[in-house]
Design a protein around this ligand. Structure first.
Ligand code: SME
Length: 179
């Protein structure tokens, strides 16, 4: 394998020679950690939601849950699930969705979706492995947001940790209010 052999044979002195002093290297790596390229920067995220909303608005009377999932899922590369669960007999059954994998269904009310519907609150989970009751459908899901409305929950999973924030909350709420 090419990469391990290069990496294993590279000397610390060679790294310093290419990149400069150790303090520069440390500052640069801290900068890279801060500027996490795997997550959308806030302005790009806002712009993406605004584009999605304008597409959704154009659908007018043709607007369906299915089209909302499709439109959103196609615009956010980090997501691995976007779907609606519906309450049925104290369980949640999958309704429309777009996903890398077939989601689990039905799920009990103790997970993020169930807690969100019971409390009627939007829940943002920065790290699903730390959320008590979280139901894992896909091991690639790292963070999650749920938006309850009527007897539905819009559930979105991301492959990135801490991927959802107040921007997602604001725009997803706006989209749900259009239904
Ligand atoms: N994580 C959810 C289950 C649904 S999947 O994420 C698609 C929950 O805890 O309710």
């Amino acid at each position: 394998m090419l990469y391990p052999s290069i990496r294993d044979n590279i000397s610390p002195n060679a790294v310093v020679a290419v990149l400069g002093k150790p303090e520069t290297i440390i500052a640069f790596s801290e900068y890279l950690l801060f500027f996490d390229m795997s997550k959308l920067q806030p302005d790009i995220k806002e712009e993406t939601y605004q584009k999605a909303i304008s597409k959704i608005k154009n659908l007018k009377d043709k607007l369906t849950l299915d089209l909302i999932c499709n439109t959103l899922y196609d615009m956010f590369e980090n997501w691995n699930f976007c779907g609606f669960y519906i309450l049925n007999d104290n369980e949640l059954e999958i309704s429309f969705y777009k996903s890398d994998k077939i989601p689990c269904s039905p799920i009990n009310m103790g997970g993020v979706c169930g807690q969100s519907l019971n409390s009627r609150k939007i829940i943002i989970v920065p790290n699903v492995s730390k959320f008590h009751g979280h139901i894992e459908c896909d091991p690639n899901s790292k963070s999650e947001i749920t938006i309850p409305f009527l007897n539905y929950v819009l559930d979105i999973d991301s492959k990135e940790l801490d991927d959802f924030d107040e921007i997602d909350k604001k725009y997803l709420k706006e989209i749900i209010e259009m239904i």
